[in-house]
Design a protein around this ligand. Structure first.
Ligand SMILES: *[C@@H]1O[C@H](CO)[C@@H](O)[C@H](O)[C@H]1NC(C)=O
Ligand SMILES: *[C@@H]1O[C@H](CO)[C@@H](O)[C@H](O)[C@H]1NC(C)=O
Ligand SMILES: *[C@@H]1O[C@H](CO)[C@@H](O)[C@H](O)[C@H]1NC(C)=O
Length: 760
């Protein structure tokens, strides 16, 4: 402990004593429940009481007269339970004289029961010999002294100790005030005596040797009394006149006259819970007992329960514990320890407690594991809940998208080729969770992914359209029908996934891109372009004619929807907006669907979709192949911005050779090209009825393919043939009827403008 620690202790010590004293004193002054606790300012704690019901027995009877407590006729100042004391006031014994030459004659007037007037020869004025006859109390020998004042005085204290008579006395004689000291009862003018313990029934007698005749001028009276130590301070003035008639006195009290063991045996010990019985011992004789709360308890040991001995929370009061670091209150005691995470001797200051590293580490590991477990647990729960929610959602979407209807329809189909219902997970695996690198196309229709199924089939996975709840049946019909299509020039629909908001359609994968790319990019020059073109359009016409036979209108025939498989085999695709034609109910679309430039002007006008609309679009594709031009180009004049008009204009003007694609002219068969130009013109007729059907087209294209190849360039000499071609085109044009074509031109122009306007 450092210097500051010691200093602290020194400063704190008196404080500690005061606090303990205050706590203990305050605790013990409790009357019996339901009894008055005070008389005037004086607390009356049990076993004392003001009435039969309130005291333990008659010895503890206190009477309260006009706010002042008395035991018998003795005024009570204070009652202490812990010190088993009774503070009372006791009469002063006095012995006074007058002399003949005394002019101030003092008349004898008795002031109390002990006074008696005595008109004897020695001119004694009066004397009194007070006694204290309270046999239940003894005079505390440690707290009191027998004190005598006077310069011609002798006095006796008599009483009983253990029932035996006892008497002591002290006398003083002095000629004057000269050797006297204020403040101490030194033996000159004042003497004091200790007396033995256990005195009771005392009386005090005071008298003189020579009737104060020699000292009368400064000391007419002698005084004697038993007084509480420290409550009496001698003063020379007292020799002349000690005015106090009573002085404070401390009495000891005890319960009964049995010993603790005897009381215990009789089962009526006054000591209640958590208290110890302490026997009163006078000399060797045991007489009565008092009670004391056990160490660590406070309260009134003579009471049970609330006012009785209760545990002291030593830790609450720094003065009551000697712990410097950490205090733990126990029942009746306390322990000094160290705070959590510390270990050591808690009573030692400073070095006493130190961090318990081992425990701290153990506990933090424990907490860490706990936290991890909690985190793991909650995230597991979260995942489980998410998964359940997710499964529910998938099931809901599946049902919403007509999955149940599709299952039923597929079951009814039996063993024929039919669509497979894919789960979301299967497609997720096939596309490696829709990885960026698997995207093979993007457009207005959404994103197309390349996917690998477990059986190594390569597929294209494509978003369909959101299913209108009212058209679920129709949507499912379409899927069933499309999946049954088995044509080598139609992209196969393998199945679908209905567990997503927007159903996913799974198609066979076509490897060589689109016809559009083939037309507008150079590609492999070693492959004969015209020959390939012819085969592609023939196959396309066959496929479309097959679709028409199933009452399916493609609705969006254009080069980018004609895919090219191995060896440039045509694969007609994009049934995203394909619709079934119902024959009894005209298909009236509210929104014009299709691609600008390929749209049938008649459809634009009537909003009625027919097979012949596909024929028109097919015609545009033929023109695109022939010219290699964009279907819609701002490089051309306003009237010819659309490829069909441009084509028909040049055809009418007999200037076809100006617009034909050089690549095909170089390698193409003139005769075949002429035939295809003728076909294209027929397809582009304004009136649908005047257009050939797909079936006719397919057959005619097959015929054209069989015409022997003559290279356009090699036939340079045959200029007549070129003229003949011009003639044919001109004828074809004239055959079509100039008036109707002109009308078609105008109406087509309007419609395109209309479509453009709508599109904005
Ligand atoms: C009675 O005694 C207690 C201590 O025992 C003391 O605190 C209190 O002041 C005393 N009261 C009187 C009136 O002397
Ligand atoms: C003692 O004190 C009193 C006043 O209290 C004073 O009158 C007297 O002279 C003092 N006596 C001595 C010897 O000092
Ligand atoms: C405190 O009191 C309880 C109950 O009486 C006892 O079991 C315990 O040993 C005591 N502790 C100390 C340090 O005295």
């Amino acid at each position: 402990m450092g210097l500051s620690g010691k200093l602290l202790q020194i400063i704190a010590l008196p404080g500690v004593v005061i606090i303990i004293f205050a706590i203990v004193a305050a605790a013990a002054t409790v009357a019996k429940p339901g009894c008055p606790s005070k008389c005037g300012d004086v607390e009356i704690p049990f076993p004392f009481g003001l009435s039969e019901a309130c005291f333990l027995n008659k010895s503890f009877n206190i009477t309260c007269q006009s706010g002042k407590p008395f035991t018998g006729n003795v005024p009570v100042r204070n009652i202490s339970i812990d010190n088993h004391e009774l503070h009372v006031m006791q009469w002063v014994a006095r012995d006074c004289y007058k002399h003949n030459n005394d002019t101030n004659d003092v008349p004898c007037t008795p002031t109390n029961t002990y006074d008696r007037c005595n008109d004897d020869r020695d001119s004694r004025v009066y004397t009194n010999s007070p006694s204290l006859r309270l046999s239940q109390y003894t005079i505390s020998n440690s707290k009191n002294k027998f004190t005598v004042i006077g310069c011609d005085t002798k006095a006796y204290l008599s009483g009983y100790q253990n029932g035996e008579w006892y008497n002591i006395g002290c006398s003083t004689r002095c000629p004057g005030l000269s050797n006297m000291v204020n403040g101490s009862c030194s033996g000159v003018g004042c003497c004091e005596l200790e007396f033995p313990e256990g005195l009771n029934n005392i009386s005090v007698d005071v008298s003189s040797f020579h009737s104060h005749s020699e000292v009368w001028n400064f000391n007419p009276c002698g005084y004697a009394f038993v007084v509480e130590k420290d409550k009496f301070n001698f003063s020379t003035n007292y020799l002349n006149n000690y005015t106090n008639t009573t002085v404070p006195l401390v009495l000891d009290w005890a319960v009964g006259n049995l010993t603790c063991e005897e009381a215990k045996k009789e089962q009526n010990s006054a000591c209640k819970e958590n208290s110890d019985c302490i026997v009163r011992q006078i000399k060797t004789k045991q007489a009565g007992y008092h009670c004391k709360c056990k160490q660590g308890y406070k309260g009134n040991p003579y009471l049970q329960g609330q006012g009785g001995c209760q545990d002291i929370d030593e830790c609450e009061h720094p003065a009551l514990n000697n712990c410097t670091n950490y205090c733990v209150n126990g029942v009746g005691n306390y322990t000094c320890g160290c705070p959590k995470w510390y270990h050591g001797d808690g009573r030692k200051y400073g070095e006493g407690c130190s961090v318990d590293l081992a425990l701290a580490i153990k506990v933090s590991i424990g907490i860490g594991i706990g936290l991890i477990a909690m985190l793991g647990g909650s995230s597991w729960l979260f995942l489980v809940l998410q998964k359940r929610k997710y499964i529910k959602l998938k099931a809901k979407l599946f049902q919403q998208n007509g999955g149940l209807i599709l299952e039923r329809r597929l079951r009814a189909l039996g063993s024929t080729r039919k669509a497979k219902i894919f789960t979301f997970e299967e497609l997720k695996v096939a596309t490696k969770n829709y990885r960026e690198s698997r995207i093979i196309g993007r457009g207005g229709f959404g994103t197309v992914y390349k996917g690998f199924l477990p059986n190594n089939t390569i597929v294209a996975i494509k978003k369909s359209k959101t299913v209108d709840p009212d058209q679920v049946d129709q949507f499912i019909n379409e899927i069933v029908l499309l999946s049954q299509i088995d044509h080598k020039n139609v992209v196969k629909l393998l199945g679908c996934c209905l567990e997503t908001q927007v159903p996913l359609l799974v198609y066979e994968f076509v490897s060589q891109g689109t016809l559009f790319n083939y037309i507008h990019h150079e590609g492999n020059t070693s492959i004969k372009r015209w020959e390939t073109y012819l085969r592609i359009v023939a196959e396309t016409a066959d496929a479309l004619s097959y679709l028409h036979s199933l009452t399916i209108i493609h609705r969006d025939v254009k080069p980018s929807n004609i895919l090219l498989g191995a060896n440039f085999t045509a694969k007609v695709s994009d049934f995203g907006i394909s619709k079934l034609v119902s024959h009894d109910q005209k298909d009236v679309a509210t929104v014009v669907q299709g691609t600008l430039g390929y749209l049938d002007p008649e459809y634009l006008q009537t909003n009625q979709l027919k097979e012949k609309s596909d024929v028109y679009s097919f015609g545009v594709v033929l023109v695109e192949l022939l010219t290699g031009d964009d279907v819609f180009s701002f490089d051309r004049s306003e009237d010819e911005r659309c490829l069909p008009m441009y084509f028909l204009f040049f055809l009418k003007e007999n200037r076809m050779d100006e617009i034909l694609d050089k690549r095909i002219v170089e390698e193409g068969n003139k005769e075949q090209i002429t035939e295809v130009i003728k076909l294209a013109e027929r397809c582009l007729r304004v009136k649908g009825d005047e257009r050939p059907s797909m079936k006719e087209l397919a057959m005619e294209l097959e015929q054209i393919r069989k015409i022997e190849m003559h290279l356009w360039v090699n036939a340079q000499s045959n200029l007549e043939e070129a003229k003949h071609l011009d003639g044919v085109t001109s004828n074809a044009y004239e055959n079509g009827g100039s008036s109707s074509t002109t009308a078609g031109f105008d109406s087509m122009k309007d419609n395109v403008m209309l479509a453009l306007g709508d599109g904005r």
